[in-house]
Design a protein around this ligand. Structure first.
Ligand SMILES: [Cu+2]
Length: 229
């Protein structure tokens, strides 16, 4: 084969690569759809400062399943830290008690009904969330302790930043439901179409929210019962 033919062949190969690259990049780019926008929660004082405690997730066919994780929520200073957690289905949360007194961890509804019993300082107990859903978790000793865990079936669950901005990346083109939850703002659902979902505004009304103290693990009021646990 002469030099000219070899060069011609090499050029054809380069040309083919170039063609393949040009065809693949736009397809790859469109497969990485973005869902983005802003959450606004209005309460009696104006825009809520704890907008970053909102949970946002996508529902719909074809979303990639999330991998189970292990994470930790401390009980410290009569508080669950952190107080809001997002986890894929199958994940395990351990609850180390870092206070010099007993705590309990329980849920009487939601994706997992459980009771970890009463345990003391430096002890750890754990629970695995095997079904999706929103879990409201409490301590049977301290009425004010509350934890929210969103157990989601896909990789697409996020919290907004302090300014309420949120973004999901790597979402395949299609139609989905965007769901939002905030303790005082309630729930919101919004149909969306990817790749044209980048200027979403999710507004939630917390002006009529009234705090209602949850019951203890036996369904009784914390104040009315005779003993602490
Ligand atoms: Cu407690």
């Amino acid at each position: 084969m002469g030099y000219a033919s070899r060069m011609h062949l090499a050029w054809r190969r380069v040309n083919r690569w170039w063609l393949v690259t040009c065809v693949l990049v736009p397809i790859g780019a469109s497969a990485q759809g973005v869902v983005a926008g802003k959450v606004e929660i209005r309460d009696k004082k104006g825009l809520a400062a704890d907008v970053d405690a909102t949970l946002l997730w996508l529902e719909g066919a074809g979303l990639a399943a999330g991998a189970a994780q292990r994470t930790e929520v401390k009980t410290y200073d009569k508080t669950f830290l952190p107080g809001v957690v997002l986890l894929p289905v199958g994940s395990t949360v351990s609850f180390p008690n870092q206070d010099p007194f007993d705590h309990n961890v329980f849920a009487t509804s939601g994706p997992k009904v459980f009771d970890l019993g009463l345990y003391g300082q430096n002890e750890t107990r754990s629970v695995t969330f095997d079904k999706p859903g929103l879990a409201r978790i409490y301590c049977n000793v301290h009425a004010k302790m509350a934890l929210t865990v969103l157990v989601h079936p896909t990789t697409h669950a996020v919290r907004p930043d302090k300014g309420g901005r949120f973004q999901f990346t790597g979402v395949a083109p299609g139609t989905y439901t965007l769901r939002a939850w905030h303790e005082r703002g309630g729930e919101k659902t919004m149909p969306i179409t990817v790749p044209a979902a980048t200027d979403l505004v999710v507004t939630m009304d917390a002006t009529r929210f009234k705090f209602v103290q949850h019951m203890d693990k036996t369904g009784k009021s914390y104040d009315a019962r005779g003993r602490r646990y």
